[in-house]
Design a protein around this ligand. Structure first.
Ligand code: ZN
Length: 473
């Protein structure tokens, strides 16, 4: 790994980030969206303590009791220089301890790997952001830096990033921002040996799919459970509707980002060319193994039936049933197009089913011809000298969308070590035995340090091969 000459500083910062990460995991800010979830106040206090005595402006906001987000603002020395926000969340999704080989909230550190819920999504990144922010607090750069550790990302952000941008927008008044996902190293296998070659690309998330929610109101005819023949059972109709929707093909769409990803991802040439054509892409999915779901999601508007309710008495044929659909839209897909897709899938069931639109949030996108993206590209090369930044879309949502909607160019950025593949990173998010390796935290710190120095305006500091100022703290 590159970074020679800054290794002392990076190691020390890495040690700090690992310690912070373990504390954040142990705080167990589990957010399942129910009342009393999250209680992110604990991690806000941990981070407040980390910045104590550094003379920085720390603001805590608490839209509901216990749902605390922390915002640290570090002014730059030049008011005309660009400003950057590093936005991490502190909440995590639940974990079923029985299915883990490590206690999900013990933050075990074994052989250079930290185990625990949130290790990858995204407490390791939040910890790395904090460490970099404290370095900047010690030695300010030309531009100002904001570090935000926000609540509630895992159940939609209404009590975290979205709340801040709505009610306290001055806290996140910046020119650009970084947040989660991205950082996956992409490498092709060597044609002769089959061994993985050098890392040629690292993903940077520049876009997120849109999220639409639809509720199907299924109408049957109530009757006695003892005489089903000829009945119009809403549960049976709902089951048919779900099968049709799940089996309904949506058209593959190749956007601007897709060819750049395919070129960097290391597919063998014949497969790569089939993945580039809508007509052949769907058939190629079955050859992609654990990457198939991701590739499908990045090239299609998808519909997942997620909640089903019907009937309330054992002996009554239900006259009504409800089905909730989680729809993830590609850029440019309108709410009307979502309705049309569902009605088309329902076919002759449509007269018995009303499709109700419950929410529509469009896809979000940040351009890649920006100074911050250039800084990301150069800083990736600090870690992987032969790698370029590969802009990708994320199939799921993050706080990045609120920032983009507020007009702030936002990228999902960190840098994972060579042990990670795209499929493995996807599997580990919200999965059992979530973990992160110390090497990935170190790579992220090196890259983030490069980004803040390049973007906030202290290029000389990047070239100077001296330990970072925090080395003795
Ligand atoms: Zn996350």
């Amino acid at each position: 790994m590159a970074g020679a000459g800054r290794e002392n500083g990076a190691m020390d910062a890495t040690t700090q980030a690992v310690a912070l990460l373990r504390e954040l995991i142990r705080n167990a800010c589990v957010n399942d969206g129910s009342p009393g979830s999250g209680r992110e106040e604990r991690s806000a206090r941990t981070l407040e303590g980390y910045f104590a005595a550094f003379g920085v402006d720390v603001e805590l906001v608490e839209p509901e009791p216990g749902r605390v987000s922390l915002v640290v603002s570090i002014p730059g020395t030049d008011p005309s220089a660009p400003t950057l926000a590093l936005v991490g969340h502190t909440d995590v999704v639940p974990a079923v301890a029985d299915a883990w080989t490590h206690d999900p909230f013990a933050a075990d550190l074994v052989d250079g790997v930290i185990w625990g819920r949130g290790a990858l999504d995204m407490l390791s990144l939040t910890a790395a952001y904090a460490v970099i922010a404290r370095e900047v607090a010690e030695t300010p750069l030309s531009g100002g830096l904001v570090f935000a550790a926000v609540a509630d990302e895992e159940s939609g952000g209404a009590l975290g990033a979205e709340w801040i941008l709505k009610h306290r927008p001055e806290l996140l008044r910046v020119d650009a921002a970084l947040t989660e996902s991205g950082g996956v190293p992409l490498r092709a296998a060597d044609a002769s040996t089959g061994e993985p070659g050098p890392v040629r690309g690292v993903t940077v998330t520049v876009a997120e799919k849109g999220i639409s929610t639809r509720r199907l109101k299924v109408r049957g005819v109530p009757g006695h459970g003892s005489t089903p023949y000829g009945s119009v059972n809403a549960a049976v109709l709902a089951a048919r509707a779900i099968e049709r929707i799940a089996a309904h093909p949506s058209r593959a769409v190749i956007d601007d980002l897709w060819p750049r990803y395919v070129a960097a991802a290391g597919f063998e040439p014949d497969l790569a060319s089939r993945l580039m054509t809508p007509a052949t892409l769907d058939e190629a999915l079955s050859e992609l193994g654990p990457l198939a779901g991701l590739v499908h999601a990045l090239t299609h508007t998808t519909v997942s039936p997620t909640i089903v309710h019907g009937g309330d008495a054992r002996n009554v044929i239900p006259g009504a049933a409800d089905v909730v659909l989680d729809v993830r839209t590609l850029p440019g897909v309108t709410p009307q197009a979502v309705d049309a897709l569902i009605i088309d899938a329902l076919g002759d069931l449509a007269p018995r089913i009303t499709v109700i639109g419950e929410a529509d949030a469009p896809a979000s996108y940040s351009a890649t011809d920006t100074p911050l993206f250039e800084a990301l590209r150069a800083s990736i090369a600090d870690v992987y000298p032969e790698a370029d930044a590969v802009p990708v879309m994320a199939p799921g949502g993050s706080d990045g969308r609120f920032l983009r909607w507020a007009g702030i160019p936002t990228y999902g950025f960190g840098v994972l070590s060579e042990r990670w593949t795209h499929a493995e990173a996807r599997r580990a998010m919200h999965g059992n035995d979530e973990h992160i390796d110390v090497a990935s935290i170190e790579a992220t710190i090196i890259a983030l340090r490069g980004v803040v120095h390049r973007y906030l305006g202290s290029p000389a500091a990047v070239d100077e091969a001296k330990p970072a100022p925090s080395a003795n703290v």
